[in-house]
Design a protein around this ligand. Structure first.
Ligand code: FES
Ligand code: FES
Length: 157
């Protein structure tokens, strides 16, 4: 039995400790906002936070999450009102949407560590998150808008 905390809730999971955290989140706990893309740490669709760090849950074993704090897209904010979520909506960022929870989780770590990122900072931080729909320009704009929101500056769509 493995105990882990996901979005501030404690779970006791009866699964192989080697199981990818992504499978535990989606198939056992039922949090399907985190997506399976490549399965080999190349696309970022499965990004979640482990103790505040962005990790690829497809290659993170359950045993590594034992006793740790996991946050998924469902737990990013209480009311879907994280500045990034608001900026994502205002900028109509998603197309198919498949990559977007991973994009948001990576962007959230970026903004926490660097509240005022440049284009280059954003491109560097987000380079591990692939979007087959090519929403990169809107993602960058939304991250800038969220950064401004965090500082209390009004943002025009
Ligand atoms: S599914 Fe994990 S990085 Fe692609
Ligand atoms: S919005 Fe379709 S893969 Fe990114």
């Amino acid at each position: 039995m493995t105990t882990l905390t996901v979005n501030s809730k404690t779970y006791h999971v009866d699964a192989d400790p080697e199981m990818p955290l992504l499978w535990v989140l989606r198939d056992i706990i039922g949090l399907t906002g985190t997506k399976f893309g490549c399965g080999v740490a190349q696309c970022g669709a499965c990004t979640v936070h482990l103790n505040g760090e962005a990790v690829r849950s497809c290659v993170t074993r359950l045993k590594r999450a034992e006793g740790q704090q996991v946050v998924t897209i469902e737990g990013l904010s209480a009311n879907n009102d994280h500045p990034l979520q608001l900026a994502w909506q205002a900028n109509d960022v998603p197309q198919c949407g498949y990559c977007q929870s991973g994009q948001l989780m990576s962007a959230a770590v970026l903004l926490r560590e660097n509240p005022n990122p440049t284009d280059q900072d954003i491109d560097d931080a987000m380079s591990g998150n692939i979007c087959r729909c090519g929403t990169y320009v809107r993602i960058r704009k939304a991250i800038h808008d969220a950064a401004a929101m965090q500082k209390g500056v009004a943002v025009n769509g």
